[in-house]
Ligand binder design. Structure first.
Ligand code: ADP
Ligand code: MG
Length: 246
């Protein structure tokens, strides 16, 4: 298997608070890795350090063997290859869905409008939103906006996609439609790192589960193993909090 993303001895502090400690991770092309752990354990910071939104204190992040964090001259170029979707979709309110999708590819990648529009329409169609291309974000539901945010990330043709609790702010009836889009991406063999509290989704989509506790990866396991017999007492306790879902 070919490793796309490598994290070596990465540590991160906010002042005196150690948020990530000696993170080591290698992710293969096409692999879907789900990160779980209690609130505050460092999941968002881990994703933000991977795509260079946060400086790191020690170690490095490599994409295709090139350092993306700590930053170098190629940082912008390499960062483009890492797409990220957040809990809040951050679409431009005064631009249509189509304009939101084509903005970065045209500006950053200098792609022609015709090219970008074609690609955007193909992707919007894939997530069931082609007919909403001229709508504005406020005219869409949360689930629809999140699907547009995913399209916007895909427009940059990223090598790795990071998802940070993308369904956490959605009404329950909209969660499914967004998770289905991510499941579809897994089928297309996209390399993804997904932070989620949706445990049945995690079980269904993950090739591998990382359990983060207090800034450390304390389990890196096969999903079956993790959900049936987690190795640590911390993970057992964490999973018990989801038992009402079954
Ligand atoms: P998670 O996503 O797992 O809930 P976070 O990565 O958001 O956790 O946060 C990990 C820890 O880092 C928490 O203790 C949080 O309070 C702290 N933290 C996150 N961002 C900052 C920041 N910008 N400044 C200071 N502390 C932060
Ligand atoms: Mg978080």
């Amino acid at each position: 298997m070919e490793s796309v993303l490598k994290i070596e001895h990465m540590s991160k502090k906010f002042d005196d608070l150690i948020v990530l400690e000696d993170i080591n991770l290698s992710i293969d092309k096409g692999e879907v890795v789900v990160i779980v752990g209690s609130s505050g354990c460092g999941k968002s910071t881990l994703l933000r350090c991977i795509n260079g939104l946060e400086d790191i204190d020690e170690g490095q992040v490599l994409l295709d063997g090139e350092t993306v964090n700590p930053g170098n001259r190629n940082l912008t170029k390499s960062r483009e290859k890492i797409g990220m979707v957040f809990q809040s979709y951050d679409l431009f309110p005064h631009k249509t869905i189509l304009e939101n999708a084509i903005l970065a590819p045209m500006k950053v990648q200098k792609r022609s409008r015709k090219d970008a529009v074609e690609e955007a329409m193909r992707l919007l169609d894939r997530v069931g939103l082609a007919e909403r291309k001229d709508s504005y974000p406020r005219q869409l539901s949360g689930g629809q906006k999140q699907r547009v945010a995913i399209v916007r990330a895909l427009m940059m043709d990223p090598e790795v996609l990071l998802f940070d609790e993308v369904t956490a702010a959605l009404d329950p009836e909209m969660v499914r439609e967004v998770l289905d889009v991510i499941l579809d991406l897994a089928k297309q063999k996209r390399t993804m790192l997904i932070v989620t509290h949706e445990m049945s989704f995690a079980k269904a989509i993950a090739d591998r589960i990382l359990f983060l506790d207090d800034g450390r990866i304390i389990e890196d396991s096969d999903p079956k193993e993790f959900f049936t017999s987690p190795a640590t007492e911390r993970a057992k306790r964490f999973l018990r909090t989801f038992e009402y879902e079954k």
